[in-house]
Write a protein that binds this ligand. Structure first.
Ligand code: GTP
Ligand code: ZN
Length: 351
């Protein structure tokens, strides 16, 4: 295999450097993680690989283990073993219950997270906001895609109300997932060397858009899929899709249903945090307390009730999840020797 052939092969899996790694035959990309091991793709085919023993050690920071999107070096054995994980340019993480409160990598080396929402009944600005908080700080960039713009809905109104809520730099596009012209619109995010994931709730149009991007009918869409055949197409070869635009789309069920956990930061609501800091009392409950800056902002219209509700909802969810995780960790740790209950630290008592 010549160098240029080797490079062309690696481009299919999103390898972006102009140089080949020292031993390109050993390079592959993790496209899925199963109970029984990993599924990797080397640009020609997808196959299974096991993690080397070093990745299985108890107590190892989960962030050091191979994750979907990682470029890895394999052994030459007939049953390939993942021996090393190359350094990451971006890391999407979420909180995970482990031996301590820690973060789990859900995808690595992703450039764009395409957050897809239908402009039909699925349209939900709060959910979009929450997806953006998940992507924040990952090194990947979110792109909000509003599908079904062709269905007679008031696209302008939806887009402008959404823009008003999101940070100014957020990218928002209304699209028709069935229209081949959409490929051109999204090409800047899906060019050679780019890796993207598509997230969004069921029915938002992920399969439809993926098919349009592929330029052929490769996946079953909701229109033709009956209830029982759900998941039938979740086969190995479509976990990493090489797009005609040169980029690649990582599409595994876990990625599709990115869930929010207790650890997203709430930077999108920094304005609300700033307001709360102006309340007269440091422990203000933002109810009937005198001198409450939040209530004042709500009264003056500076803060919309909807935005305040969203903040409260997200905040509450976050607290709940953090408490659940703490409780789980505490159960795992067992009672402290000496029998005396531990003081402080835990805000919830669950036994
Ligand atoms: N008119 C129109 N219909 C769309 C568009 N995008 C998706 N649809 C339709 O919406 C339905 C659901 O689309 P899918 O692509 O199956 O949705 P999905 O996100 O893959 O759904 P899951 O596989 O359940 O996660 C199908 O009937 C599509 O034809 C669009 O931009 N315009
Ligand atoms: Zn207050």
């Amino acid at each position: 295999m010549t160098d240029s052939e080797g490079l062309a092969r690696l481009r299919h899996i999103g390898w972006r450097d102009d140089a080949l790694p020292d031993d390109p035959r050993r390079l592959a990309r993790v496209v899925a993680q199963h109970r029984a091991g990993y599924e990797v793709h080397d640009g020609t085919a997808a196959f299974n690989a096991q993690p080397a023993g070093q990745f299985l050690k108890r107590g190892l920071d989960p962030a050091l283990r191979p994750a979907v999107g990682d470029f890895v070096l394999l052994s030459h054995a007939s049953h390939p073993v993942i021996e090393a994980v190359l350094s990451r340019r971006s890391t999407l993480t979420r909180a995970a219950a482990g031996e301590r409160y820690e973060r789990q990598v859900i995808a690595a080396n992703i450039d764009y997270v395409l957050v897809l929402t239908g402009l039909d009944g699925d349209f939900n600005p709060s959910r979009i906001e929450r997806y953006l908080t998940l992507v924040e700080g990952s090194g990947a960039r979110p792109v909000v895609l509003l599908s079904k713009a062709d269905t007679g809905v008031d696209v302008e109104a939806a887009v402008s109300s959404l823009r008003a809520r999101l940070p100014a730099e957020a990218e928002v596009h209304a699209i028709n997932g069935k229209d081949p012209a959409t490929v051109g619109l999204l090409a800047p995010y899906l060019g050679p060397g780019m890796s993207a994931v598509l997230v969004g709730s069921s029915g938002a149009g992920k399969s439809t858009l993926t098919n349009t991007l592929l330029g052929e009918e490769k996946m079953a869409t909701g229109a033709v899929r009956d209830h029982d055949s759900r998941g039938r197409h979740t086969t190995t070869h479509r976990a990493l899709l090489s797009l005609p635009t040169g980029g690649c789309l990582i599409d595994t069920p876990g990625m599709r249903e990115l869930k929010l956990t207790g650890e997203e930061n709430l930077d999108l609501f920094a304005d609300i945090e700033a307001l709360a800091a102006q309340c007269r009392f440091a422990d203000c409950g933002h109810g009937k307390e005198p001198g409450c800056a939040i209530q004042a902002a709500l009264a003056s219209g500076e803060l919309s009730p909807q935005r305040w509700r969203n903040f409260l909802k997200l905040h509450e969810e976050r607290e709940e999840q953090a408490a659940t995780m703490e409780a789980r960790l505490r159960r795992k740790a067992g009672p402290k020797p000496g029998g005396k209950p531990r003081r402080g630290g835990w805000s919830h008592d669950d036994d």
